[in-house]
Design a protein around this ligand. Structure first.
Ligand SMILES: Cc1cc2nc3c(=O)[nH]c(=O)nc-3n(C[C@H](O)[C@H](O)[C@H](O)COP(=O)(O)OP(=O)(O)OC[C@H]3O[C@@H](n4cnc5c(N)ncnc54)[C@H](O)[C@@H]3O)c2cc1C
Length: 533
């Protein structure tokens, strides 16, 4: 057994920020299932929303966030996160994060932050590092972590399940004692014990066939927390990014919202701009509206994609502002300065998650959740663009303050070693990949951008059947990362479907043709799922 003072599951912005903040107070283990940089964070393009300019105000950022959240945000949480944002951004810059700057007009070469604009924001407030903001965040945090001798990173270590006092039969409430971890290199399952565990495992885009997320995003944290007895909220609110590159060889490449922020226009394949028929903000309408409009235009025309056109902007500007998007599209034979980009919507962000307060506390003692895995109430029914990196920075700081100032004081309980099935039949592994595909396709076809009760029920039945089969496998076979992820995406798929079935209205990202309007009674109601005892 490995014992630490703090256990951090995940090495994206949430996990790394928390680890840095608690490291002066004890030994920290960061468990991460691939290379340390591999995370949703690493692929964030647009930037971080924060109030840093004279023309902006906390009040405006709050208003924009509440508006996007469609009545479901927790206003006090929204205010706290937005007000504390600038201080966290300043700390990130002290660690060595470089945001893009521009020259101030007529000011003798003085420079200022180059603030971007994205859908739903009434002001320019997105701090960015060209179009590779997440890579720069990850780089600066990892460099700082490397300086800390108290932080130990376990790469290629897969967290399987949380160990809780309730599972061990203790009667004094439910506490998290640690986690069982698969060492992918040896195949051994080890026990990591700590009085404080942070879930920072990110989102669940891979539950859907088409997603902007990298392979790590299989909802492991939500599934683990649910199995351990934590409340999981608002999982029906999955944000589909309207503009993922449509190309047979491109896997999950996002065309940032900032392209529309800088003037990019959505057009049908015949070159007709269509967003003015859907929303006064046209191509910069909130994401759910843009994604639904694209879905509807594609269904109307039968086309597999629509176009995003930024060719009217000077080529030099496009290349300098979007170097990564420009180069990547060019590799696929598309020169975005000369021709429009073919795009489709794809699953992008999980607004719900493990229910926490603004300090990352879950309802299991000693267990915190921060970042995309958590549901704090900031996003409500729809996330405002670039608010997620902000949330992760602010809540990781707050969770760290809680974790160091409130020791659990509880005695460590002896944790039994992991017991695994023994069967190992490679012929049968085809079942795992088949079930993966089946879940992801069912979610895409029946639980996507536009839902109906009938489709949801159909998905529910299929997923329940698959879960039965997966359970059988799980107990009989030696655990592998693929099997563990399959079990997790099945659990998360079930949570998304059942949460959508619980909400008898359309609100934000949950659009159900059987209830096309929102219902005032549900305005401030979360859909909370807890594993039956
Ligand atoms: C293409 C793209 C663009 C985006 N652009 C923006 C943007 O411009 N602005 C913005 O605010 N947000 C953006 N987002 C969203 C944002 O990047 C994420 O919400 C945020 O980075 C999540 O951070 P996190 O630390 O919670 O999780 P992640 O960064 O996803 O990190 C999760 C970590 O957990 C690890 N992990 C997962 N499961 C396990 C397990 N079982 N065992 C061990 N380790 C595990 C992963 O390997 C990873 O290290 C974007 C997302 C994507 C995919």
């Amino acid at each position: 057994m490995k014992s630490f003072d703090f256990l951090v599951l995940g090495s994206g912005v949430a996990g790394l920020t928390f680890a840095l903040k608690v490291a002066p107070r004890g030994r920290v283990a960061i468990v991460t299932k691939k290379d340390r940089a591999e995370s949703n964070t690493n692929y964030a393009q647009g930037g971080i929303a924060a109030v840093t300019s004279q023309e902006d105000s906390f009040e405006l950022h709050v208003r924009d966030t509440l508006q996007a959240g469609a009545g479901l945000c927790k206003e006090s949480v929204v205010r706290t996160i937005i007000q504390e944002g600038p201080a966290r951004i300043a700390e990130l810059m002290e660690l060595g994060m470089h945001f893009s700057e521009r020259e101030v007009a007529r000011a003798n070469g003085a420079r200022e932050l180059d603030l971007g604009k994205e859908g739903g924001h009434s002001k320019r407030r997105i701090l960015h590092a060209q179009d590779v903001t997440g890579r720069e965040v990850e780089r600066s945090l990892l460099a700082a972590v490397a300086q800390q001798s108290n932080i130990h990173i376990f790469e290629n270590h897969f967290a399987i399940d949380l160990v809780t006092s309730q599972k061990l039969g203790a009667a004094d409430g439910n506490r998290c004692l640690g986690v069982y971890v698969l060492d992918k290199a040896t195949g051994d399952v080890e026990t990591f014990a700590a009085p404080v565990t942070l879930l920072a495992t990110g989102g669940c885009g891979k539950v859907y066939l088409y997603t902007t997320n990298p392979d790590i995003a299989t909802g492991d944290g939500v599934a683990m927390a649910y199995r351990a007895g934590a409340a999981v909220a608002n999982m029906e609110f999955i944000q589909f990014h309207p503009t993922c590159l449509y190309h047979p060889k491109a896997k999950s490449f996002l065309i940032s919202e900032a392209v529309r922020g800088e003037g990019g226009v959505l057009k049908t394949i015949n070159g007709v701009a269509f967003m003015d028929r859907h929303h006064p903000l046209k191509s910069l309408a909130p994401r759910d509206i843009v994604a639904r409009a694209i879905d509807s235009e594609m269904k109307k025309s039968g086309a597999d994609y629509v176009l995003l056109d930024i060719t009217h902007k000077p080529a030099q500007f496009v290349i300098e502002r979007f170097p990564n998007i420009y180069q990547t599209c060019l590799r696929y034979g598309i020169d975005i300065t000369k021709e429009p980009i073919p795009v489709v919507p794809a699953a992008h962000y999980q607004c719900g998650g493990v229910l926490t307060d603004v300090d990352g506390r879950t309802d299991i003692g000693g267990l915190y959740a921060v970042g995309e895995v958590a549901c704090t109430g900031l996003h409500g029914a729809n996330r405002l663009a670039s608010n997620s990196l902000l949330e992760a920075l602010v809540c990781a700081h707050r969770a760290a303050q809680q974790a160091v100032s409130r020791p659990t004081g509880a005695e460590a309980l002896p944790i039994p070693p992991w017991h695994s099935g023994q069967a190992d039949n490679p012929d049968e592994m085809v079942v795992v990949s088949h079930n993966w595909d089946e879940i992801r396709r069912a979610m895409w076809d029946y639980v996507g951008i536009v839902r109906t009760n009938k489709r949801l029920q159909r998905a529910h039945k299929r997923i329940a059947n698959l879960q039965e089969e997966i359970q059988q496998y799980y107990w009989d076979f030696i655990v592998t990362p693929d099997l563990l992820e399959l079990r997790n995406i099945a659990t998360v798929a079930e949570l998304i479907v059942t949460s959508a079935l619980l909400r008898p209205e359309s609100r934000g990202l949950n659009y159900n043709l059987d209830y096309p309007e929102s219902n005032a009674e549900w305005a401030q109601k979360d859909t909370v799922r807890r594993k039956p005892e």
